[in-house]
Design a protein around this ligand. Structure first.
Ligand code: PLP
Ligand code: COI
Length: 352
């Protein structure tokens, strides 16, 4: 590690108050956070300090113009106590792609990686060991500089917080295929992990939840005829024995889980296709029995099987299979993430 980091430790750890056998998702926070300020045109010395509220001027541009981006990652523990990350440089890279689109300064890879590793070492005891649990990592950057002028801020903050977490979804996932609203448009920021993308989803998702669904399946903003992604996941559809996912675009987040699954599936004799998926095709397949599975894929949700979907006031149930691709792929990817199998791709990064 080459980056200089100022370290201030907590006086008393909160860890004994945490029930590691019953972890929620993302709402219990570890003792420390990494913070780094961008001002006067440069990133300052990163700090590790106690997790605590931060102070911002009410005129900070994050509040007014939404210059805010984030990432989602996980740290895992293996049976020997080693700590691993999964493709972390891809998250750093994607954060910087999001930053470019939102005119936020690029975070240097060494601040991101050295800062994250140092934080994981200090809060090592917070990384859950229980199967299905992990330490969810939330790196984010936002405009801390002031002013009501609608232009990019002159100061930013980069923060990494962590949260020991259990499953993102509590039970079966039922989704609604969206016919009216859109989360992203051509030329917009859908490919970026911008906070505003999620804010824009809340209203249609609230309407879907009121109807008894957990998530919206976003369709293309122009025709609403093509399935694109779920609220916090990329989406896979299995018709007969082919696993299909939509191509990435301006409107879709280039998910790290998505691309890993495509690779693992191809290497495990599962036929994959990356192509547009029409809603008509999925509905027809549901009706004629060739629709075998749908699942969402993302860091938080891992692989979440979809039990059924709604479209135009009609509900369709997915069949219950004995050996679904979702279960097989989830095991293959989590075994790599948690050091239970070989990692032929070099995706695991040990934190030493
Ligand atoms: N799509 C959206 C909108 C997301 O928020 C996420 C979560 O990060 C994903 C897809 C999956 O991306 P990844 O697999 O990199 O976590
Ligand atoms: C993730 O999967 O890490 C995400 O960022 C999804 C999040 C919106 C909960």
């Amino acid at each position: 590690m080459t980056t200089t980091i100022e370290i201030q430790r907590v006086e008393n750890s909160k860890i004994t108050s945490v029930d590691f056998d019953n972890l929620p998702f993302g709402s219990v926070y570890s003792d420390h956070m990494l913070t780094c300020d961008f001002k006067d045109g440069a990133w300052q010395t990163p700090k590790i300090e106690p997790f605590a509220p931060i102070s911002l001027d009410p005129s900070a541009k994050i509040f007014h113009y939404g210059q805010s981006i984030f990432e989602g990652m996980k740290a895992y523990k293996d049976k020997d106590g080693n700590t691993m990350l999964f493709r972390p440089l891809d998250n750093c890279d994607r954060l910087n792609k999001s930053a470019e689109r939102l005119v936020i300064p690029q975070i240097p890879e060494d601040i991101f990686m050295d800062g994250l590793k140092a934080l994981l070492k200090i809060d090592n005891a917070w990384i859950p060991k229980k199967e299905g649990s992990s330490l969810y990592i939330r790196p984010f950057m936002f405009a801390s500089g002031n002013g009501f002028h609608a232009s990019p801020a002159d100061a930013y903050k980069f923060i990494i917080c962590t949260a020991p977490s259990g499953a993102y979804f509590a039970g079966k996932v039922k989704v609604l295929i969206e016919e009216k609203y859109a989360r992203a448009a051509n030329g917009g920021v859908g490919f970026a992990k911008a906070g505003g993308n999620y804010a824009a989803q809340f209203y249609p998702t609230k309407l879907a939840i009121e109807k008894g669904y957990n998530q919206v399946i976003w369709t293309d903003d122009n025709t609403h005829q093509f399935i694109e992604e779920a609220g916090a996941m990329n989406i896979f559809v299995r018709i007969e024995n082919t696993l299909i996912t939509s191509p990435t675009s301006d409107r879709i987040l280039d998910g790290i889980t998505r691309k890993s699954i495509l690779q693992i599936a191809a290497d495990n004799d599962i036929e994959t296709e990356v192509r547009k998926i029409s809603v008509g095709e999925v509905v027809a397949a549901a009706k004629n029995g060739s629709l075998k599975e749908m699942f969402g894929a993302g860091t938080a949700a891992v692989i979440s099987p979809i039990a059924g979907f709604g479209y135009k006031e009609e509900d369709f149930d997915l069949p219950v299979l004995e050996n679904p691709f979702a279960t097989k792929l989830k095991k293959l990817i989590t075994d790599i993430q948690t050091n239970k199998s070989e990692d032929p791709y070099g995706w695991r990064v040990f934190v030493k």
